[in-house]
Design a protein around this ligand. Sequence first.
Ligand SMILES: C[S@@+](CC[C@H](N)C(=O)[O-])C[C@H]1O[C@@H](n2cnc3c(N)ncnc32)[C@H](O)[C@@H]1O
Length: 420
Amino acid sequence: MSSEEAQRTDPTDFSEEVRAFYERHPYPAPVTDLNRYRERWANAERRRSAFHLLWPAERYRDDLEVLVAGCGTSQVAKHAMRQPAARVTGIDVSESSLRHTRELQRKYGIDNLDLHQLPLERIETLGRRFDKIVCTGVLHHLPDPDAGLRALRAVLAPGGAMHLMVYAAYGRSGVYMLQAYCRLLGVRALDNELDDLGATLDQLPHRHPLAHLLHQAKDFRSAAALADALLHPRDRAYTVPQLYAWLERCGLSFGRWFLQAPYLAQCGMVARTPHAGRLASLAAPQQHAALELFRGTMVKHEFIAYRDDRSGEAQPIRFDGDRWLDYVPVRMPATMSVRERLPVGAVAVLLNSAHTHTDIFLPIDAVEERLFGAIDGTHCINEILRVASDNPDDPDNRDGARRFFERLWRYDQIVFDATR
Ligand SMILES: C[S@@+](CC[C@H](N)C(=O)[O-])C[C@H]1O[C@@H](n2cnc3c(N)ncnc32)[C@H](O)[C@@H]1O
């Protein structure tokens, strides 16, 4: 029996309501041009940084088995395109989303991609194991997110990694208010109704809890995004403690945030508050929970998780001892250096444009700039110090460098290849 037949003949058919929604409103809005995407990912450092974000303690390889679960209209085509040596599988319940993906596959001759119309709850029927599972924006729509996550966990290879994204509770309070508003009015996801809804949102009070999202998310005003956010038949959101508990229930352990700075006591304005020391002394889960409460506007949690029975530590990045000297820093995508409106003593400010919190930026001085400029994705910190520091064996210089590379890592400027 094919996976399509298995889906049609299942009496429980638990995904039907959500499937029907995405048949009518494929999300994200389909794209037809992946040329820029392909160019960006031709950069080997970008591919290495994506790998070591998930596996800092493993040697780079590109022959991975990858699953994109709930792949939507283009996500899995992008993953297959950027990793030609990987074998990539995309599944989705929405045939119209898969059709858009097939068009991209044909257009760009992507031949390392298999597509299946299949609910992720039944992924085991493919009889495969995956090194990397990407599931973003999907699990929070399932009737039973635990069952969905457990199904993915069951096909994750022992040393594999999951890249997950689910909605965050507090920052979405405005979304839930507008969802309730739309229910009161009986607004439906029809073209003319979405136009009216968009025009109504233009007049939303500036201090409405939804306002930060309207300004932050570039595509929020598109019909597809409005339908997905405000008229979805089902979604739920997680606080940080709920997220940690969810992973534990489903046999997974938390690895790291995709972008970690917003969750850390050492980054941004919170680091200058009287509570900074107390926050920093909390264990990681409590610190992350406190930062979610402090920031108040996080709308999603994007993170890496591993099997809880994995052997060896998955994210062994430490700055005590001497191991940090052997780490090879690899720049993260979306980082940039700015030279305008600099704070006193700074020669540049480092940003990651994927951050949405405007207080997360890192001023650097002239010494730090030289170290930063010597990062090439192949030399370890010790080697960088030898070429870019005047006196690399001076304990003060070494200590300054240690603190600087730790800051770069915390601020999502770099990941580490810690395999040496
Ligand atoms: C918000 S879209 C996200 C698409 C894609 N992951 C991305 O980030 O661009 C959610 C997708 O999940 C799919 N989906 C929903 N329930 C599913 C299920 N049970 N199994 C597989 N796919 C599902 C929908 O059809 C839709 O394409």
